[in-house]
Design a binder for this molecule. Structure first.
Ligand code: FMN
Length: 143
C-alpha cells in the first residue's frame, strides 16, 4: 500500500513540520503542491492532502492540485493546521466531485500571525507542538 501526502505550507511552515515528522515515522512520500503542481498520483493507493487554513479553505494550490490530479477510487485523508478552527469543506467539495469521501481527518493548531494577530504576537504560538506531532503520526499510523 503506497501512501503519499500532498501538502502546502506557505505561512509559517506549520503544516510542513507536521508532514515531515509523519514521513520520518511512517512510510509516506511527500509532494509539495506549490513546487510540483502536476505530480502523478496514479501509483499511490492512499493519498493525503495537508494544508494550513486560509480564509476558511485549504490553500488554493491544494485545491487546484486535487481538482486536476486526484484520480478516482483512491483512499483520501485530510490534514490541516489552523489558527482558529479546522475547515475541510473546500477540499471535501472536490472529493465529492470525484465520488470520493475522506477516510480520516486530522487537524491541529498552527502558529498564526495573520492580520491583527500579528499585533499581539500571533496566536497558537508554539504549535504544532510535540503532542500535536505525536497525534498526527498516530492518526496516519491508524489509517
Ligand atoms: C492569509 C491567511 C489567512 C488565514 N485564514 C485562517 C482562517 O480562515 N481560519 C483559521 O483558523 N486560520 C487561518 N489562518 C491561520 C493559518 O491557517 C495557520 O497559521 C496555519 O497553521 C498555517 O499553516 P502553514 O504554516 O503550514 O501555512 C490564516 C493565515 C493566513 C496567513
Amino acid at each position: 500500500m503506497r501512501k503519499v501526502i500532498v501538502y502546502s505550507s506557505v505561512h509559517h511552515g506549520n503544516t510542513e513540520k507536521l508532514v515531515k515528522s509523519i514521513a520520518e515515522e511512517c512510510q509516506v512520500d511527500l509532494i509539495d503542491a506549490v513546487k510540483q503542481p502536476d505530480a502523478d498520483l496514479s501509483s499511490y493507493d492512499t493519498i493525503g492532502f495537508a494544508s494550513g487554513i486560509y480564509f476558511s479553505k485549504f490553500h488554493q494550490s491544494i485545491l487546484g492540485f486535487a481538482e486536476k490530479n486526484l484520480p478516482d477510487d483512491k483512499g483520501v485523508f485530510l490534514i490541516c493546521t489552523y489558527g482558529g478552527s479546522a475547515n475541510y469543506k473546500s477540499i471535501e467539495q472536490i472529493l465529492g466531485k470525484k465520488h470520493s469521501t475522506a477516510i480520516g481527518k486530522f487537524g491541529c493548531k498552527g502558529y498564526d500571525t495573520f492580520g491583527p494577530f500579528k499585533l499581539v504576537g500571533g496566536i497558537a504560538k508554539g504549535h504544532p507542538d510535540g503532542k500535536d506531532i505525536k497525534n498526527a503520526v498516530e492518526f496516519v499510523k491508524g489509517l
